[in-house]
Design a protein around this ligand. Structure first.
Ligand code: 3PG
Length: 211
């Protein structure tokens, strides 16, 4: 099964900003206990690469993405640490071309038809829709569904327990990303039981229920 198929089964990708790699394993444990088996660790902190490595060593079946990848050097470091997929906030054609040539899953952040066109010329079929809510949310996704019926999206940016189920009902959405279930302050405070609760609530919300 591909990483993308596994992301589809999960439905929600927790987007993490981690300040201390020592907290990575406990974070992953809480996410798994909450009912999800994937994570995106953003490369916005120095701890991110070590966090990817530690989580992958401990939980090799957890699908882990490197987020906020801006350069080829970051991309290669993330892959060496064990990242299964790459997420970038914008369309970086150099990164896309490299990933396509080397059979690496990449989801570039797209918010306009121009971004989509620039990405799909490399053969990509799944894109991050970012920043989703700011860029038209459900209305924009529906419009993309008519103009680009073969292209699927991972909406991220402004997704939360109240709107995730609506996004997942869209035919061109494979999964949603969001930070609401893994807030950095809770990771810093090591409140992993609260994170587990938030992940459980997110999994319930995915099916339209509230805890
Ligand atoms: C991302 O990195 O993809 C976004 O910052 C996540 O957006 P959110 O914080 O609104 O969930």
């Amino acid at each position: 099964m591909s990483a993308l198929d596994k992301l589809k089964i999960n439905g929600i990708i927790p987007v993490v900003v981690i300040n201390d790699a020592k907290k990575a394993e406990k974070l992953a444990k809480a996410v798994i206990a909450g009912g999800l088996n994937c994570l995106e660790i953003t490369l916005r902190t120095e701890a991110a690469i070590d966090a990817i490595r530690l989580i992958k060593d401990k939980y090799p079946n957890l699908i882990i993405g490197a987020g906020t990848v801006l350069t080829k050097a970051q991309l290669n470091t993330a892959l060496s640490a064990g990242a299964d997929f790459i997420v970038s906030p914008a369309v970086n054609e150099e990164l896309i071309e490299y990933c396509v040539q080397n059979d690496i899953d990449i989801y570039p952040g797209c918010s306009t038809p121009t971004d989509i066109a620039a990405s799909i010329k490399y053969g990509l079929k799944t894109l991050k829709f970012y920043p989703c809510e700011l860029s038209g949310g459900l209305k924009a996704l529906r419009s993309f569904a008519s103009t680009y019926p073969d292209i699927k999206f991972i909406p991220t940016g402004g997704i939360n327990a109240n709107n995730v189920a609506d996004y997942l009902l869209e035919k061109n959405v494979v999964a949603c990303g969001g930070s609401w279930l893994v807030p950095s302050n809770l990771i810093d405070e090591e409140d992993f039981s609260k994170i587990e609760e938030l992940v459980k609530a997110a999994v319930y919300a995915m099916f339209g229920f509230k805890l």
